[in-house]
Design a protein. Structure first.
Length: 466
């Protein structure tokens, strides 16, 4: 496989495919708004969309440090699916039925994103093929069966468990011994969605200022180098870049994830792979992979490279280490040996937000007007939409325009979590955790045991994931 001509960084392949958008003007100076949204990714744009739709006269300003979709919204794997970080913990804290309601809301969110994209004329290459997660070791198969049972218990009665033959009839993953499939998922082009969403909210009358980094958020104030926006409600929608804000360095850890994309593959290769349903594809490894078949017949595949940079630093425009590109290439060829001669056209990285307890949250502090949503731990393409509709309802409730809704009563609303450890402890902890996961995956590849490697169980407990 050739990597000599691989584009490395440059934000992402999705932007190389679409081109970066024309620059919007930065904030011209001090101003006021009814709602100030910090962050021009999916969370911020969806929130602006639903607030403006609900209350058209609202003066809404979005502040973005680079350009809309510069972060995870323009770099992700294009998985629009019903996973949400923290559901099991919410079941423990609030009861099983509360977590079932949260899961049902996520199932419906997939439908909502598809609906709005169609209604607003946003062509984001959406294909509803569902989500296929495969196992290719005895230990992974045991986890997959447990995972399938748990999903059924949380109300996903339309989820399907498949054996080796049925799995390979869908997607011919070498060595696959089983899979689970849910219809609550779709493949999309992340940048087509974020660019379409930004254009839509501007057409509704929302003001977007780009190249405007917010340095500090305070009650009723968002401070930037160009001036301050004063607003009764200031919403932090910065996900993996939250650590750059004053006082937020230990709030959410910016976890790094990396991706590669092949050249368009010929029909002869697809004849060996299958994947005609264009399901989003994942596995049951501890350091898991995620992939999609793009609209132009490439394979885009991601996973962990360098999981975390010291001091909660973020990347430089998505540049990725050669060793990470090679590791992802090896996963690709292990899954699909007929891709061995294919060219890798692009590699990139980005950060996602990880709370200390790995639980996504939505909050509005009614005493200060400060709100935030995030901590999606990589499941943000759909979760951002649910978070945005929830922020809309919380603001309408606080301003007296409505009472509590089904969304404001979901268990992730107002969830509090402790901060991450100071350095160097969080760097040591995160790198140690992923070293343990990779070692566990290597042992499971050659082990006939059906049980999860004990080192991975210890890593889960230390990380706070269980």
């Amino acid at each position: 496989m050739s990597t000599g001509s691989t584009v490395n960084g440059g934000i992402s392949f999705w932007y190389a495919d679409q081109g970066t958008p024309p620059a919007r003007e930065p904030l011209p100076g001090d101003t006021t708004a009814d709602v100030c949204i910090v962050g021009g990714g999916y969370t911020g744009l969806w929130t602006a969309y639903y607030l403006k739709k609900a209350v058209p006269f609202l003066n809404i300003t979005v502040l973005e440090a680079k350009f809309c979709g510069y972060g995870a919204s323009g770099r992700n794997g294009g998985w629009l699916y019903n996973g949400i970080a923290g559901r099991d913990r919410y079941a423990k804290l609030h009861g099983h039925e509360a977590a079932v309601r949260l899961q049902q809301a996520m199932n419906e969110t997939v439908d909502e994103v598809v609906r709005v994209a169609a209604e607003e004329g946003i062509d984001a290459d959406i294909h509803r093929g569902g989500v296929l997660e495969v196992a290719y070791t005895p230990a992974q198969l045991a986890r997959l069966k447990d995972f399938h049972s748990v999903e059924i218990a949380f109300g996903e009665t339309d989820r399907v468990l498949r054996g080796a033959r049925e799995t390979c009839e869908r997607v011919n993953v070498t060595g696959a011994v089983g899979s689970t499939w849910t219809p609550h998922g779709a493949r999309l082009h992340p940048v087509k969605l974020v660019k379409g969403l930004a254009a839509t909210v501007e057409a509704l009358g929302v003001t977007i200022h780009e190249s405007t980094p917010v340095t500090e958020i305070a009650p009723k104030h968002a401070h930037t180098p160009y001036g301050t926006v004063r607003a009764p409600y200031v919403l932090r929608c910065t996900e993996g870049f939250t650590a750059s804000l004053k006082g937020q360095r230990r709030t959410w850890l910016p976890m790094n994830s990396s991706m590669i994309v092949t050249e368009p593959l010929p029909r002869s290769v697809w004849d060996t792979i299958g994947w005609d349903g264009r399901e989003t594809l994942g596995d049951m490894a501890h350091a898991y992979m995620y992939a999609q078949r793009t609209a132009d017949d490439r394979i885009a595949l991601g996973g962990r490279g360098v999981p975390y940079r010291f001091g909660s630093a973020t990347d430089n425009d998505g540049r990725t280490r050669p060793a990470t590109v090679e590791a992802l290439r090896e996963i690709l060829v292990r899954f699909f040996p007929t891709t061995a001669g294919a060219r890798i056209d692009h590699a990139w990285s980005g950060v996602l937000g990880v709370p200390r307890d790995w639980c996504a949250t939505v909050t509005l502090d009614r005493s200060t007007g400060l709100g935030w949503a995030g901590g999606y731990v990589g499941s943000g393409v759909a979760t951002t939409n649910l978070a945005a509709r929830t922020l809309r309802d919380l603001i309408q409730q606080d301003s007296g325009q409505s009472g509590p809704t089904e969304l404001t009563e979901l268990p992730w609303v107002g969830h509090k979590v402790r901060r991450w450890e100071p350095e160097p402890f969080r760097w040591i902890g995160v790198h140690g955790m992923y070293a343990a996961y990779r070692a566990a995956d290597r042992r499971e590849l050659t082990s006939p045991r059906a049980g999860t490697d004990p080192v991975a169980k210890v890593a889960d407990r230390l990380a706070g994931r269980h």
